[in-house]
Design a protein around this ligand. Sequence first.
Ligand SMILES: Cc1ncc(COP(=O)(O)O)c(C=O)c1O
Length: 509
Amino acid sequence: MQEQLPSAYLFITPWYAQRTLRLKIGTSRRHVGKLFLAASLTALDRGFGGAAGEFEFVQGKRLDYPFLFCRDKRKPYQLVQELLTQHRNKEFRMRSLDPAWVRSRFPALSQEIDGRIPVFFDGPGGSQVPGSVIEAMARYLIFSNANAHGAFASSRRTDKCIASARKAAADLLGCEPYEVVFGANMTTLTFALSRAIGRELNPGDEILVTRLDHYANVSPWKALEEEAGAVVRVADIHPEDCTLDLENLKRKINAKTRVVAIGYASNAVGTVNDVAAVVRLAHAVGAWVFVDAVHYAAHGPIDAYALDCDFLACSAYKFYGPHVGVLYGKQQHLTRLRPCKVLPAPDEIPSRWETGTLNHESLAGLTATVDYLAELGQQISPSPSRRGALVAALEASRRYERALCAQLMAGLSKIPGLTVYGITDPARFAWRTPTVAVRLAGKKPDTVAKELGDRGIYTWHGNFYAPGLTEKLNVEADGGFLRIGLLAYNTSDEIERLLRALREITVEG
Ligand SMILES: Cc1ncc(COP(=O)(O)O)c(C=O)c1O
C-alpha cells in the first residue's frame, strides 16, 4: 500500500520555543491507517534529535502529531520538506515483531532446566540477554581489558568502549552523550544525585515522591530529610486501578517544591504515569523532575528531550543488557551541581559524576544491547539512524507485548479467586506495561511462585521494593503480590502454559 503525503505544515510549538518543530501532516484523501515516521529520521544525522513513532490517521484526521527537535536551527522547514518528498512514494507499512527471531537471539531461552524449557516471566526483576551482548562482554575482556586514559592499545580501546556506550545510551534516551552518566545501578546513581541536590536545598524545601514508586526513587530523597532538612511529601494513588492520583499530586506541588521524583512505570503493577504532564506541573513552580525509567525502558521508547525532565535513570539489566546503571541529566544541571568526587578525577561532565572505575565490560555489553534493539528495529522499519531503529524496535515491542497482555488478562479473568491489581481494561493498556500483579485467594504469593517455579515458570513474589503500594493495598503483611512480567521474548504459548498451571494450582487448593 502506498500512502500519499500531499501537504505538510510546520509551526513552532510554544512550550519548546526555538528547539522543537511540530510537523503537521495532512492527508488529501480519506484514510484510515497508520503512518510510521521512524524512517524519516535522516534528520538525526543532520543536527536534529528527536521523535519518531506511529501516528494514527482516522478518516484523514490526525490523532497524534510527530515532532522534530531542532538543536542548531539549520533550515528546518527545508529539511522537513525534503523528508516528505523522499518518503512520498515509499511504503509506510511496518512489519510486526517476529518472536521467533527475537527468541533465537537469546541463548538462555532455549536451555533446558529439569528437562524442560523454562518460561521467563521474571523480566521486571531482570531480563535475559542476547548472545551478542555476552560475546561483546567476553570480547572486551579478551581484547580491551585495561583502565582508561592510558598510552597503550588496550587502554585506548577501553576509552573507545566507554565513548561508544555513551553514544549508544544517548541514542536510546534521545539525548547527547555528554548528558549520560554511568554507574553501578540506578539506586547508586540516584543516591549520588540526591546527595548533590541536597547541597542546594534549604531546610523546609519540599520533595515530592509517589506511593507507586520503587524505593530506589524514595529512599534517596528521604535521606535528604536528615541531611538537608528537606520535607518529603507523598503523592497518593487511586487504589482501585493503581494509577497516580493526579489531583492529589497537584495539591502537593507548591512554591516550596524543589524536586518531583516520579516513576515512568510501576515495576509492581505496570502503571505508566503521564510523566510529561507531571514535568509541566513541576516546572511551573520551578521544581526539577527526576524520572525513574528503570521499569519502563524495556517497554517503550524514551525521549528525554520530549519529556523535558531534568534527570532520568534506567538500568540496562532490565532491557536485555548487563548490570549497569544509566543516568541522563540536562547539561546545565550536570555542570552546575556538585557531586561527591575524588580530587584528581576529571571535573568535566559527565565524568565528574562517575566515581571510580566504570564497569567497562558491562559498557561493552550495553552498546551491544542497544545494537541488538536497533537490529530488531531495522527489521520492523528500515531507518537511516540508530535512534530511529531503536524507536521502531520499542514501539513494535510495545504493540507485541500489549497483545500478549490482553491474552493474559482475558485468561486471568476466568480463574476463580484470582484478583488482578492495576489497569485491566485493554482500552487503557496505553497506560500500563505488561507487568501484572495478582493474588490467588487463600494462597500466599511465595507459595504460588514456588508452585509455578516447580513447573518451570519463573515469576516473582513480594513487594518488589514498592512497599508504599503494597501497604496502601493492604497486601504487604500477607506477602504482597505474585508478579507476571512479560517481555518481547515471551510468547502466546507461554501464557497458555502459565494459565494452565494457575488453573491447576487453584483446583489443587
Ligand atoms: C522501577 C525500578 N526502579 C528502580 C530499581 C532499582 O534499580 P537498580 O537495581 O538498577 O538499582 C528497580 C529494580 O528493580 C525498579 O524496578
